[in-house]
Design a protein around this ligand. Structure first.
Ligand code: AQP
Length: 350
């Protein structure tokens, strides 16, 4: 089993898919199709780590799984050339998580900031699954022996943990890995995070110091991929700003998180750098810049929203894409699981 360059990433079906998910992750998923074999997963096992009241229950979970799939396809992911599926259809994710639970150290998980943020003050009441989330994420990636993982900035720490788990497994089982024909001693290549572009951390439209997030109680804090043109315009016009005109150079954005965020969004959507955007809009009124941003957002996002709507009207078609993707993902996952089981010493049917 030679290591081939392969991309893996996932999005949780927890509703309110937003511009941050799009610019931080999905845009890069689309781009990487040109150069890599890609596997894109709707991570439904991750979604249920939160209380049922957060992910909405069975009907919502199924709907949101189809909606993320529709967003992938509407944004330009080709499910025929690449693989698109939902995580729970491939049993290897849960199986490999168990092996990795016995490799990862409690001290490593105790350092994960996302768990601290999501569990909040009521940590005793958080699910074991939420605590174990980063181990499941490592299994997602390494089940396909993926080498590159496009994610937003918030997932950097989890990616480092996935690398630590890969390295510890390779060390703990070094002799067995070699004796099973992996001459380089690597069953799991340490995956590289790909955190690229001017919008790796899109911030809330209401507070430039907080990440744009699906779970923010204010819908005005985010632009949802399903928002219509009027809603997008309203949200951008209401977005928090400061009274100063835009600076002409990027350095001038440093103490101004809200301005920095909007310029970053414009840059990412127009495929330009923040410096280029400021060359055009620097010194001008915020209201003019916001008008241009509304126009750009509507131009870029409206076709995605209408294609999502079209796809969502035919759930049978979306499910067929997920089933076909899961069948193809299972072939790769099965191969890795057979090797992992042999290396650990589990007896299995040949
Ligand atoms: N604000 C963001 N800016 C840039 N990238 C982001 N991502 C999420 N928020 C931003 C990236 O989107 C991908 C999918 O995220 P996810 O759905 O798996 O999980 P999440 O990070 O928990 O998403 P949210 O929207 O922030 O949800 P809540 O409210 O539950 O915390 C990932 O690559 C992520 O980096």
């Amino acid at each position: 089993m030679a290591i081939v360059e392969r991309v893996f990433s996932g999005v949780q079906p927890t509703g309110n898919l937003h511009l941050g998910n799009y610019l931080g992750a999905i845009v890069n998923f689309v781009r990487l199709q040109e150069t890599h074999n890609c596997i894109y997963c709707v991570v439904d096992l991750h979604a249920i780590t939160q209380p049922v009241s957060v992910w909405g229950g069975p009907t919502e979970l199924a709907r949101n799984t189809r909606e993320v799939t529709a967003a992938f396809i509407a944004a330009g992911i080709d499910p025929n050339k690449h693989i698109v599926f939902n995580q729970s259809q491939v049993t290897g994710h849960a199986e490999l998580t168990w092996i990795f639970n016995c490799v990862a150290r409690i001290g490593w998980l105790n350092r994960m900031t996302q768990f601290k943020e999501k569990a909040g003050k009521d940590r005793e009441n958080a699910s074991v699954g939420l605590y174990d989330y980063p181990v499941l994420m490592a299994a997602d990636i390494l089940l396909y022996r993926a080498t590159h993982v496009p994610v937003g900035e918030d997932q950097k720490q989890h990616l480092e943990l996935a690398r630590d788990i890969a390295q510890k497994f390779n060390n703990d089982f070094a002799d067995s890995i070699r004796s099973h024909g992996f001459a380089d001693g690597l069953l799991f290549p340490p995956p590289e995070p790909l955190i690229t572009g001017p919008a790796t951390r899109v911030m809330s439209l209401r507070d430039g110091t907080k990440k744009m997030s699906k779970s923010d109680s204010s819908d005005n804090s985010r632009i949802n991929l399903t928002d219509d043109a009027d809603t997008i315009a309203q949200k951008i016009r209401k977005a928090k700003t400061d009274p100063e005109p835009l600076p002409s150079e990027e350095k001038g954005l440093e103490p101004r998180p809200e301005a920095d965020n909007l310029v970053g969004i414009y840059a990412a959507l127009s495929g330009r750098s923040k410096a280029e955007v400021l060359r055009e809009f620097g010194g001008g009124q915020f209201s003019n810049f916001k008008n241009a941003l509304v126009e750009l957002c509507v131009t870029k996002l409206s076709p995605i929203a209408s294609e999502m709507k079209r796809l969502m009207a035919d759930p049978g078609h979306v499910d067929a894409i997920l089933i076909d993707g899961a069948d193809r993902a299972s072939v790769i996952a099965h191969e890795t699981m057979q090797a992992a089981k042999d290396i650990v010493g589990f007896i299995r049917k040949p």
